[in-house]
Write a protein that binds this ligand. Structure first.
Ligand code: PEP
Ligand code: MN
Length: 339
């Protein structure tokens, strides 16, 4: 259920609703919109005796209505104007397009510093790089782990870009909360519900990637695990799904972008690097993503992709990244966005 407060409801009236909701063993999430505040009530679904309909009689309440979707807190209904997530001062979800870029993996101090300079110069707003890498083979480079995270942090701070990096295990949450500005959950952990719940107990922005065979509704339910624990800072990332097609690494599902934008208030970005697996397809699909309504992009950029320790074929050279950003600008403007 959601309790829609009147436009001028007082703080005391909002709190009285939350208290009443929590006495009935639901959790009351206060969602402050531009026009009005709603209290979204979630909990284990039970019978009629726990119906919250009586709240309509509370001071400051305009209406009480059921959220029919299985994803409640992620549903567009609770915040029709859309959410804007602040990542170290960079806003994702507003009119301005957010671009995160950097190497697939942090490989050395020199490589990450050079990547940071390149993406900053090319027009990125966030520096992204993997320190803990989920690799298909246990014999492949697994990332520089905590040392890699420190190197990424150093490079990001030096050039003035907030950093994004993938967390694979709950035991690393403290490390990431201390050193990263945004925590990425990769495709392989998209439905690791215990990890999602624990990330929901932090307040850090989470970049939740779609799993390779996750349906849209399952994707939103994964986000719901984070939101339901009290962390409202979730950005969704379409990164391609696995289909019968093998000519590209994945099939980038751009249908997901406008569909998700209708279904949820959470910002949606696109990763055409993993979505295609081929650097020559990254720019055209980045343009298509923005035209489809994406709030941002995740682009892999390496100072020298030919020697990259992971994902070489899909990483852009710095000059190609700068060209991509320049090409995105007029597309963004055509769909009433800014860069
Ligand atoms: C990545 O972002 O480097 C990555 C491993 O992506 P995904 O989880 O989408 O495969
Ligand atoms: Mn990668």
């Amino acid at each position: 259920m959601i309790v829609v407060m009147k436009a001028h409801a007082s703080e005391a009236e909002i709190q009285a609703v939350v208290t009443a909701v929590e006495e009935l063993d639901y959790r009351g999430h206060i969602i402050r919109g531009v026009e009005r505040t709603v209290v979204a009530c979630v909990g284990e679904e039970r019978g009629e005796q726990h119906s919250l309909g009586h709240l309509v009689a509370f001071a400051g309440v305009e209406q009480v209505m059921p959220v029919l979707k299985s994803y409640k807190l992620a549903s567009r209904e609770v915040r029709p104007e859309g959410s804007i997530i602040d990542v170290g001062g960079v806003k994702i979800g507003g009119r301005k397009i957010a671009i995160m870029a950097g190497p697939c993996a942090v490989e050395s101090a020199e490589q990450v510093e050079s990547s940071a300079d390149a993406v900053k110069a090319g027009g990125a707003h966030l520096l992204r790089g993997g320190a803990f890498k989920p690799r298909t083979s246990p014999y492949a480079f697994q990332g520089m782990e905590s040392e890699g995270l420190s190197l990424l942090e150093h490079a990001g701070r030096r050039v003035g870009l907030p950093i994004v990096s993938e967390i694979m295990e709950a035991q690393d949450i403290e490390l990431f909360v201390a050193h990263a500005d945004m925590l990425q959950v990769g495709a392989r952990n998209a439905q690791n519900f215990s990890l999602l719940r624990k990330l929901g107990r932090t307040k850090k922005p989470i970049l939740l990637k779609r799993g390779m065979s996750t349906r849209i509704e399952e994707f939103l339910m994964a986000a719901e695990y984070i939101l339901s624990e009290g962390n409202p800072n979730v950005v969704l990332c379409e990164r391609g799904i696995r289909t019968f097609e093998t000519a590209t690494r994945n099939t980038l599902d751009l249908n997901a972008v406008p569909l998700l934008k209708q279904m949820t208030h959470l910002p949606v970005i696109v990763d055409p690097s993993h979505g295609t697996g081929l650097w020559t397809l990254v720019k055209p699909m980045a343009l298509a993503s923005i035209a489809a309504g994406a709030d941002g992009l995740l682009i892999e950029v390496h100072p020298n992709p030919a020697v990259a320790l992971s994902d070489g074929p899909q990483q852009l050279r710095p000059d190609h990244f700068a060209e991509l950003v320049a090409a995105v600008k007029p597309v963004a403007e055509a769909v009433d966005r800014t860069m």
